[in-house]
Design a protein. Structure first.
Length: 137
């Protein structure tokens, strides 16, 4: 695992968490939405014993459990990554890595916070990754 892969672990978990949250939100919306009513008879040799609402509620509960577990894992990862970033000697390199990998900001957002151009932030980020790689093989 290279430096960038190591640093991106909390961000990857954040993306997974957001996907699970979106799925749960969609299911909640589906539960509160209006569905079309049909009066046709349907034959199924294996009739469902649960309603679609029950399936949705069970899936939402499962997603919420997954989100809690991912958050716990993310907290541990962020702590480890933060301690590793703290070992860099250059404060600006530390700052750009923290903003990117612990605050999940993009280049433009980091540039605004640090009062630099996005181009300079990209250079600083590359330099920070190189320094991180040297310090954490």
């Amino acid at each position: 695992m290279d430096a960038k892969e190591y640093l991106e672990q909390p961000l990857a978990l954040e993306r997974t968490i957001r996907n699970r949250q979106k799925e749960a939100e969609d299911l909640r919306h589906e539960l509160t939405g209006v569905r079309a009513v049909t009066f046709e008879e349907h034959y199924s040799p294996n009739p469902n014993t649960r309603s679609p609402h029950e399936y949705a509620l069970l899936r939402i509960a499962e997603l919420e459990d997954q989100i809690r577990e991912y958050r716990k894992e993310q907290i541990v990862l962020m702590s480890d990554v933060g301690r590793s970033i703290d070992q860099l000697s250059d404060f600006k390199e530390q700052q750009v890595l923290r903003y990117r990998y612990l605050s999940f900001l993009n280049v433009d957002q980091i540039a605004r916070r640090m009062n630099y151009s996005p181009r300079w932030i990209k250079k600083l980020h590359s330099r920070a990754l190189e320094s991180f790689e040297r310090g954490h093989p």
